[in-house]
Design a protein around this ligand. Structure first.
Ligand code: TXA
Ligand code: MG
Length: 335
């Protein structure tokens, strides 16, 4: 990426067109957050329901201060510790600070300061914050490479800034700071424990309180997400992988398996198995998950994929949150 390309991308943003941009989590779809018609194009390109508010992506804390009256002491501590980084925070807005199209009519907005220099330079050059939903077609796994973005949005957006594969692989943690007790609306690489260690008080985990039938606080959490064409079944930590292999052996069709290396190496897999490694730990599983789900769709026509389930602590909570959605809560045990 040279300076010229960055200048061009910044101009495209200023002209009200769409530019996909890299972050450390997943690729985002950028448009001038202060330009109503530009923001509308983002919903159209993604096929996103209009009541699902967008994240506002900034390159400085002062950009947030344009829209937010003041930060609590906790917010200041979290900004200091985690920005730039994978913690998105929801703040109460000054009246009429951002359009309804961005906020979905809420009096709050989610702000994100990503840890990617190219994108921070883009925002600074454009001189405006950019809305930044994940740059996928609504309902598909979030994109972790520029190629994924191209696959979903080619012909619908003006440019893609390519900075190689993202490092984290799942979207940022969304933390609601507009309420008395800060509350995690979406788990990500910055965990509940990480946040509590900084503010020295308990944080709520909205996911454990809200069933799918109620209205979740983050509107985006109510939609089916990350769903590949294949049916994914979660193999829980207490399941026996040999039984999975036996099931595959008893069925003629090709079946996908996404698992840790130690699992893969411990089993003599039937010939009709296609095994894909999630590496050795939860961090690499989170990193690989979306790319592998896409791979199953684009290059293989499997009807069934078995995926490694993990105990949901630390980054594994974010991994299991996404995996549960792609599996529609289906488990190997149910077969
Ligand atoms: O890592 C990320 O956060 C990526 C990268 C591109 O920055 N972006 C991303 O954006 O995942 P998106 O739009 O796909 O997810 C934002 C989530 C949605 O679930 C949305 O409903 C929620 O945040 N959200 C946004 N504004 C909100 C608000 N004011 N109150 C509650 N939830 C909000
Ligand atoms: Mg998304």
């Amino acid at each position: 990426m040279n300076g010229n390309q960055l200048d061009t991308a910044a101009k495209i943003i200023q002209q009200g067109e769409l530019v996909a941009f890299p972050t450390e989590t997943v690729y985002g779809l950028g448009a001038d957050a202060t330009n109503e018609s530009a923001v509308k194009k983002v919903y159209q390109a993604k096929g996103r329901p209009s009541d699902n508010p967008l994240i506002v992506t900034v390159s400085s804390v002062s950009m947030v201060e344009t829209y937010v009256a003041s930060f609590s002491d906790d917010a200041k501590k979290l900004i200091k510790q985690f920005w730039p980084g994978s913690l998105t925070m929801i703040f109460k807005l000054k009246p009429h600070a951002l359009s309804k199209t961005v906020t979905g009519g809420l009096d709050t907005a989610a702000f994100r300061f990503p840890n990617n220099q190219l994108t921070l330079d883009l925002i600074t050059k454009a001189g405006v914050p950019i809305v930044g939903p994940s740059a996928n077609t609504s309902g598909k796994p979030s994109p972790t490479t520029a190629q994924h973005v191209y696959h979903d949005l080619n012909g619908k957006i003006a440019a893609i800034l390519d900075d190689g594969p993202t490092t984290v692989g799942v979207e940022s943690t969304v933390l609601d700071m507009s309420v008395d007790t800060p509350s995690i609306l979406r788990p990500g690489a910055v965990t509940k424990e990480d946040i509590e260690a900084v503010i020295q008080r308990p944080v709520m985990d909205e996911l454990h309180h809200v069933g799918m039938s109620q209205t979740p606080k983050a509107p985006g959490m109510k939609y089916k997400h990350y769903a590949p064409d294949a049916q994914v079944y979660i193999v829980d930590p207490d399941d026996n992988w040999q039984e999975v292999a036996d099931w595959i052996g008893a069925h003629q069709q090709p079946v996908g398996v996404m698992a840790f290396n130690d699992v893969i190496n411990s089993i003599d897999w039937p010939k009709n198995t296609d095994v894909i490694s999630l590496g050795d730990d939860a961090k690499s599983a989170a990193h690989d998950l979306f790319a592998e789900l896409r791979d199953f769709d684009n290059h293989k026509q499997y009807k069934i994929v078995f995926a490694q389930g993990l105990k949901p602590t630390g980054i594994a909570e974010a991994y299991m949150n996404r995996l549960n959605k792609s599996a529609g809560q289906m488990h190997f045990k149910q077969l």
